[in-house]
Design a protein around this ligand. Structure first.
Ligand SMILES: [Zn+2]
Length: 399
């Protein structure tokens, strides 16, 4: 009798998404799959293929995609959360839930730097990082996963601090350069201590974002050698063109392009990465909330910007916001493949777009209409309240 229980609960969690018209994998090497059905059990994908070849029986929930597109849930590689679903930067509530309606299922903190009264002493910054990691692990507005607890390095930190942070569950550093450490030598030392204990690092790139932050030029970025070159297109003020191309050419680290950066510099970084045949290094984020506000549609706007003006196809642009980021940041999501997290965004071309279909509409610069968002195998949002309406939206046919 005891043996039946796991099987029953697995069946209870089985999700079938069928009648998918376009399956976008998130994988740069193979962005479109020849498949029409995705099955998940619990929070992971168990099968991807043609419906006729798959076992769709016994699903707890079946979704008819009605010929629309399915892609991995979008990953915002650069957010600045504070606490709960509130940002003091623009004093706004519910911003994370709004991003869910922009197709975002995962966020990575680049530092909880907008926290009023943010502690800058070593004990205080460690405590805040551990608090943020715990709090956002437990609190998921709309189901969105927020990888937070990203301390900003300050002078006075020693190797044991990074060891202690890692042991406490901290996995990422906030943007290097937003604290008191402004020289490459010290930053490089701290980033390498972080790396030694499995903590990934990001560096601020370009001019100051807001009063109180400062310029980080290419020499400091190269010397620090953080894992992610944060907003290589500036946040918002970009470095001169020759410095951006130098970062693409002389580093092997991830090249993060953000919504709240310089759009012309974004296109330059993208073009340079393509010329170097290193598109796999390009990842996308919003760098929000920030001075320019909250952008629930920031990720889909980046996809439309880069594919309409940047000479990459829409399916490739979507990989930069999903599979590329997952690979660069060691996340379990971002790809449609068995064993990966069952987090999806279902999209169609927006009503009255001039595009022939979803991909053509994005390449023409229109935003996709989001019809449904699924996180960990459960429907988190139906037709988006924020995107232009999808021409066709999926529907739950069972239960
Ligand atoms: Zn920054």
């Amino acid at each position: 009798m005891a043996q039946e229980e796991p099987a029953k609960s697995a069946l209870h969690n089985k999700l079938v998404v069928r009648n998918i018209g376009l399956l976008l994998s998130g994988d740069l090497d193979n962005p479109i799959l020849d498949a029409d059905t995705v099955i998940s059990v619990g929070d992971h994908i168990t099968a991807v293929g043609k419906e006729k070849d798959l076992d769709t029986a016994g699903a707890a929930v079946t979704i008819d995609a009605r010929g629309t597109a399915l892609a991995p849930g979008l990953i915002d590689s650069h957010v600045h959360p504070v606490c709960g679903d509130w940002t003091p930067r623009q004093n706004q509530l519910g911003w994370i839930d709004s991003y869910l309606h922009g197709g975002v299922t995962t966020m990575v903190s680049a530092g909880e730097v907008h926290t009023p009264g943010r502690p800058k002493d070593v004990v205080g910054l460690k405590a805040m990082a551990i608090f943020a990691q715990r709090a956002f692990h437990a609190f998921r507005p709309g189901g969105v996963k927020i990888h937070a607890g990203a301390p900003v390095i300050e002078h006075g930190m020693v190797e044991d601090d990074f060891k202690e942070l890692a042991a406490a569950g901290v996995k990422i550093l906030g943007e290097v350069g937003l604290g008191s450490v402004k020289d490459g030598k010290t930053a490089r030392q701290m980033v390498s201590w972080a790396r030694k204990y499995g903590i990934q690092s990001t560096i601020h790139t370009g001019g100051p974002s807001i009063p109180g932050s400062s310029l980080i030029d290419k020499d400091m970025v190269l010397e620090t050698d953080a894992d992610i070159i944060g907003h290589v297109n500036g946040g918002h003020t970009a470095l001169p063109d020759d410095q951006i191309t130098a970062l693409c050419e002389r580093s092997t680290r991830a090249l993060e392009i953000v919504h709240n950066g310089n759009e012309r510099a974004a296109l330059l970084a993208l073009r340079t990465a393509m010329e170097l045949k290193q598109l796999h290094r390009v990842i996308l984020g919003t760098d929000s909330p920030a001075g320019s506000g909250v952008q629930p549609l920031g990720m889909v706007r980046m996809i439309a910007l880069l594919s309409s003006l940047g000479e990459i196809s829409a399916e490739v642009a979507i990989c930069l916001a999903t599979g590329n980021t997952a690979k660069m940041r060691n996340l379990d999501c971002g790809l449609i493949a068995p064993g990966r997290e069952a987090s999806f965004v279902l999209m169609d071309k927006a009503q009255h777009s001039a595009g022939r279909n979803l991909l053509d509409s994005i390449q023409k610069g229109d935003l996709p209409g989001i019809g449904m968002v699924i996180i960990d195998g459960a429907v988190s949002a139906h037709r988006s309240r924020n995107t232009p309406p999808a021409t066709t939206a999926p529907e739950i046919v069972k239960p």
